[in-house]
Design a protein around this ligand. Sequence first.
Ligand code: GAP
Length: 479
Amino acid sequence: MATDTNKFQAIISHCKEYGFIFQSSEIYDGLSAVYDYGQWGSELKKNIRDYWWKSMTQMHENIVGIDAAIFMHPTTWKASGHVDNFSDPMIDNKDSNKRYRVDHLIEAHADLLEKEGKKAEADALLASMDALLAKDDLAGLKTLIEDSKIKCTVSGTANWTDVRQFNLMFSTQLGSVSDEASEIYLRPETAQGIFVNFLNVQKTGRMKIPFGIAQIGKAFRNEIVARQFVFRMREFEQMEMQFFVRPGTEDQWYEYWKAERLKWHLSLGIPAERYRYHDHVKLAHYAKAACDIEYEFPIGFKEVEGIHSRGDFDLSQHQLYSKKKLQYFDNEINQNYVPYVIETSIGLDRTILLVLSEAYTEEDLSTPEKQDSRVVLKFPPKLAPIKLAVLPLLKKDGLPEIARQIMDTCKPHFYCFYEEKDAIGKRYRRMDAIGTPFCITVDHQTKEDNTVTIRYRDSMQQERIPINKILEIVQKQIN
Ligand code: GAP
């Protein structure tokens, strides 16, 4: 059985072994903090993406979706503040040349202190760090690191450079002739594609405030400390929604979206005690108030989603830089204004890790006669990559033909998987390992009475049902 500390490692190995997530360009020894989703990982990703999209757009009449380009006019990032402010304080160790994000370095040291039973010291260290970060006191952060005798994990020394800000955006050149080419950025958040399209959507969709614009897409950040699997990647996917409101109503909408987004998480069937809110001490350059929804990963409570009250910062900045009015005429109060924004921003990859962490279960099935165990991914059926496996007991006697007919009936409705190789027990275990909630076995009795065995993944219970009930049973569970 994996303990909580090694459960994270077990999940990473399981993801690779069963076709969920691979290191990018693995045959060339991989690319750090970049990952590829395999056959079942990409299905899981699609299901989570679709679930978010449907609950944010289809289920909210006043939210619509867009799909903006990754490349944007470079002035976008000047206006948004990312060119000047999207940076993290970093420190290098002069002996190993290893670079650390200051907050991660200090947090790791605090963890160590806590493990040594020095909780008060760890808390005091984190409180000092929070205060210095809030003031952007880089010299103070360096002194804190030195006074706390924090050492580099590679060189083992405390020979540190000054703390410096390091911009996280990737840049590239647009255009073929180098002197005509302009520097553009890979977007570090999807939000700006929504802000620059605010008026396009508002006018063409005749949207009335309050209303939201949702978007799912790739974002890129040159993360320095990036070794927590898909938790912190350099290329990742965000699911964001900007909700435009009348100034003065932002606090009430901020509370509304905090509650609403937590409800969404709970609708995945995850127990409430695995979540907590974390209010930000140091606010991002655009935020007036911000809080994270944190989930208890096997590596501890960590941010999975951010709710931000962004005021009129973004629209006002784009108005200033583009010299185009980005205002709304509110005919209820007969006034023109730049709307305020509440943002909900969740990482798709982090949500996948959350769903995997929650689903991954090692079960000891030993009896006095026989040692046995299984690894099962207990995904909510609506998120499972494969919904139904159809398994003829034998490769002969007409059983594959009946199984194929069941496949043909079910596969237009949900993802089905056919397999006839190996003993039935082995096939069940393989389906458990990729989280398939239902297996159908076709046997000789099927030929006599048109019934099959349905096996439920979590309870491993089996029952006999008529073939014509399969579709209904599975659809009821996945909708
Ligand atoms: N538009 C606001 C924004 O981007 P953020 O807190 O920087 O806010 C939002 O990011 C979410 O995006 C995070 O809660 C996290 O789930 C995800 N995210 C951010 N950086 C990430 C990274 N390097 N790898 C994976 N997910 C990341």
